[in-house]
Write a protein that binds this ligand. Structure first.
Ligand code: MN
Length: 204
């Protein structure tokens, strides 16, 4: 069985940038639905049910054809949201690192954290329709990519360390159709310490 991971903070912890009502809908309804749907889909497929979510994302070749697209959508929905909660934190704790391997590679790849944020924002803004923007580790290098719907970079053997949900359900209650305001606010609650930790794990 796949489980809904606990939120690492209270529903109101990301206010005013990510509002409490959105957190409730996004986590209680959307994320929970992906978990339920995935468990329903894989009932009776014990070998698939025994994978952890990361293994499942890399094992779509083992999923029967009649349920494959639904499994892709819901497994991605489960994993992508788990990472999304994980890489946010109350604004007071959102501190960009000032030294270390991650700091150095961010600067040598994107010239500065500010320019990284600009490039990531441009990709997030330019993504048409539902999907996600990502900072991934690819063979020791940092890359910004976007994916459609609930597709996960893990399936392509990339290691995601930062992600932004650009589905309208992630921002519509507070920001309406103005994705730019949501992205600008979101930068205030990025958990850079956790992103750095994921980076260090990825390059082991
Ligand atoms: Mn979402």
């Amino acid at each position: 069985m796949f489980a809904l991971p606990q939120l690492p903070y209270d529903y109101s912890a990301l206010e005013p940038y990510i509002d409490t009502e959105t957190m409730h809908f996004h986590y209680d309804k959307h994320h929970a639905a992906y978990v339920k749907n995935l468990n329903d889909l894989l009932t009776g497929y014990d070998d698939l049910m025994n994978f952890n979510i990361q293994e499942l994302l890399k094992s779509f070749d083992k999923v029967p054809e009649d349920i494959i697209q639904k499994v892709i959508n819901n497994a991605g929905g489960v994993a992508n949201h788990s990472l999304f909660w994980q890489i946010m934190t109350p604004a007071a704790e959102s501190t960009i690192p000032q030294e270390g391997k991650f700091f150095d590679l961010m600067n040598s790849t994107f010239d500065s954290f500010d320019l990284f944020k600009e490039k990531f924002t441009t990709i997030s803004m330019g993504h048409f329709g539902s999907g996600w923007a990502w900072l991934v580790v690819n063979d020791g290098k940092l890359e910004i990519i976007d994916t459609m719907n609930q597709d996960s970079p893990v399936t392509k053997n990339l290691i995601p360390i930062l992600t932004l949900d650009v589905w309208e359900h992630a921002y519509y209650l507070k920001y309406k159709n103005v994705r730019a305001d949501y992205i600008k606010a979101w930068w205030s609650v990025v958990n850079w310490r956790e992103v750095e930790r994921l980076f260090n794990d990825a390059i082991q």
